[in-house]
Design a protein around this ligand. Structure first.
Ligand code: SF4
Length: 329
């Protein structure tokens, strides 16, 4: 797939990976800071540059319905195609590679992942993995051949064609739907809403595992009307069984507003539950019971979560409720 094209006779290239469609002059980089016009082509300059990696619970991505209770090698790099005021990982997302970071070829990362006992696979996360496209593609294809799973934690700001290709080698996605207001996207992220909605539709249509996360910011995206719209839209476009995570905001980066009141998250969860079977709360210190999974058919608890301590208590090996047989995961 061609991820760039020539724009003029002066060497300017257009990157075709995400909806910014950056025009990049020779020697310059696009908005994400990871892709440079070098030697007459757009090159990924952070290929294999690792800002950090760790074995994380899969619930930390968050993915609650994809191999619950498992661990996954998680890795990230530098840069992002968004400019969120409230970025939780701004020290790596809003920075270019500072130099001195370890570099891992795809084969090396896969070998490390494969050598960890019980490891589910590789999660591409921490900064924005969409802009790491070629590296993710090479690594994920190798990892799949070794029987490992691939997980992408992303803002979903990507053009349809490269995303469709990604669904061939990524097994599970968590997509950040930051708001259902285009004004919110424009004012606080430097992006637009529709490409993210389209990304969710594409992943849902592909049949790959999909969960959605919304960070709730007080006064910005916490209205009852927006939550109704969002939950209804997810139900219609990704299905009522698509898990939604409502995450509590804490002051970070450029935003200094107080943290979201817990009661706001609890209220919005109740609203979303009118449309969706599985709505979870996040960043709540596990105090509200919003991390547990209940069967939408008979109401029995099937997975209990306290922090990252996960207990499967009512789920068959086929992912069904052991009480009534309802498919859960
Ligand atoms: S991936 Fe980076 S360089 Fe390409 S269009 Fe998006 S922000 Fe611009």
């Amino acid at each position: 797939m061609n991820l760039w094209e020539k724009h003029d006779n002066e060497g300017t290239l257009r990157c075709l990976l995400c909806p910014h469609l950056c025009l990049i002059r020779p020697g310059k980089r696009g908005i994400c800071g990871a892709r440079e016009n070098r030697n007459g082509e757009v090159q990924l300059v952070t290929a294999g540059v690792i800002s950090g990696y760790a074995i994380d619970p899969i619930e930390k991505k968050p993915l609650y319905h994809f191999y619950p209770g498992s661990s996954i090698l998680s890795a990230g790099s530098y840069g992002c195609n968004l400019r969120c005021d409230f970025c939780q990982n701004y020290h790596i997302s809003q920075n270019s590679d500072p130099g001195g970071s370890p570099r891992l070829e795809p084969g090396e990362l896969v070998s490390r992942a494969a050598s960890i006992p019980g490891n589910l696979g590789i999660a591409y996360t921490y900064n924005e993995p969409v802009i790491w496209y070629e590296y993710v593609a090479s690594t994920a294809r190798l990892a799949s051949r070794k029987g490992l799973k691939n997980v992408l934690v992303s803002n979903g700001y990507i053009m349809p064609e490269p995303l469709k290709e990604m669904t061939e080698f990524i097994d599970a996605f968590n997509i950040d739907l930051k708001s259902v207001s285009n004004d919110f996207y424009r004012n606080y992220t430097g992006a637009t809403l529709n490409p993210v909605l389209e990304a969710i539709r594409i992943i849902a249509a592909s049949g790959r595992h999909l969960e959605i996360t919304t960070l709730i910011l007080p006064g910005l995206n916490d209205s009852v009307e927006e939550m109704k719209w969002e939950a209804q839209w997810i139900a219609e476009n990704a299905g009522t069984g698509a898990p939604l995570h409502l995450s509590r905001y804490f002051p970070m980066y450029r935003r200094r507003d107080p943290a979201t009141p817990p009661e706001t998250i609890i209220k919005l969860r109740e609203i979303a539950q009118e449309y969706l079977d599985f709505v979870y709360t996040g960043n709540m210190a596990g105090t509200d019971g919003g991390s547990d999974t209940f069967c939408p058919s008979c109401g029995k608890m099937v997975i209990s979560r306290t922090g990252y301590n996960v207990r499967i208590i009512g789920l068959t090996d086929a992912g069904r409720c052991s009480n009534c047989g309802q498919q859960i995961i």
